[in-house]
Design a protein around this ligand. Structure first.
Ligand code: GDP
Ligand code: MG
Length: 209
């Protein structure tokens, strides 16, 4: 059995969101010669400290270019990668707007990891690690610099975010039973670990798929 978390990848166009998703799912860099429409959705099962978590990850599918990322995109997300490009101050300056939207349209409790992507382009850097890590601290975000090109810290970003959500479930800070939490259990057995009585009542109605 496994947990199911809805994840988002947000941030300005061109920061590498689609490439991060592709690298995470396919373990390779999505190069530009591939002109197929970007992945809009990906899912992967990861093991976090012995627990299986299925991540359902939504990519903006280019909507961010028109500043029209829809409410339905955000709805019920448990976690998010908030991405900027370390070689573009403009993408860093946009982070506050993305954060406001995520907390307003997804949930106040959404767990967010800030990703300074294109870490491999250090020579063209416009945003220092220190500056971004301070921003992350002030806004209660986790923080990593990533490279969708080399794969550095890509898996880590998703895993760290999932681990934080699991910790919050275990501490009771997050309630997976709450509507729109973005968290589901993949089977009734795991659910029983947390609330045996409710689980038995519900398992009768579940198809187990
Ligand atoms: P999105 O608009 O946020 O989905 O960005 P894309 O994933 O489409 O990437 C935008 C551009 O940045 C493409 O030309 C990618 O090849 C490039 N890119 C993405 N991630 C990286 C990275 O980690 N390093 C480098 N050097 N280029 C990247
Ligand atoms: Mg994209």
């Amino acid at each position: 059995g496994y947990f199911l978390f809805k994840f988002l990848v947000i941030g300005n166009a061109g920061t590498g969101k689609s490439c991060l998703l592709h690298q995470f799912i396919e373990k390779k860099f999505k190069d530009d010669s591939n002109h197929t429409i970007g992945v809009e959705f990906g899912s992967k099962i990861i093991n976090v400290g012995g627990k299986y978590v299925k991540l359902q990850i939504w990519d903006t599918a280019g909507q961010e270019r028109f500043r029209s990322v829809t409410r339905s995109y955000y709805r019920g997300a448990a976690g998010a990668l908030l991405v900027y490009d370390i070689t573009s101050r403009e993408t860093y300056n946009a982070l506050t707007n993305w954060l406001t939207d995520a907390r307003m349209l997804a949930s106040q409790n959404i767990v967010i990891i800030l990703c300074g992507n294109k870490k491999d382009l250090d020579a063209d850097r416009e945003v220092t690690f220190l500056e971004a890590s301070r921003f992350a601290q002030e806004n209660e975000l986790m923080f990593l610099e990533t490279s969708a090109l080399t794969g550095e810290n890509v898996e880590e970003a998703f895993v760290q975010c999932a681990r934080k959500i699991l910790n919050k479930i275990e501490s009771g800070e997050l309630d997976p039973e709450r509507m729109g939490s973005g968290i589901q259990y993949g089977d009734a057995a795991l659910r029983q670990l947390r609330s045996p009585r409710r689980a038995q009542a519900q398992s009768a109605q579940e198809c187990g798929c």
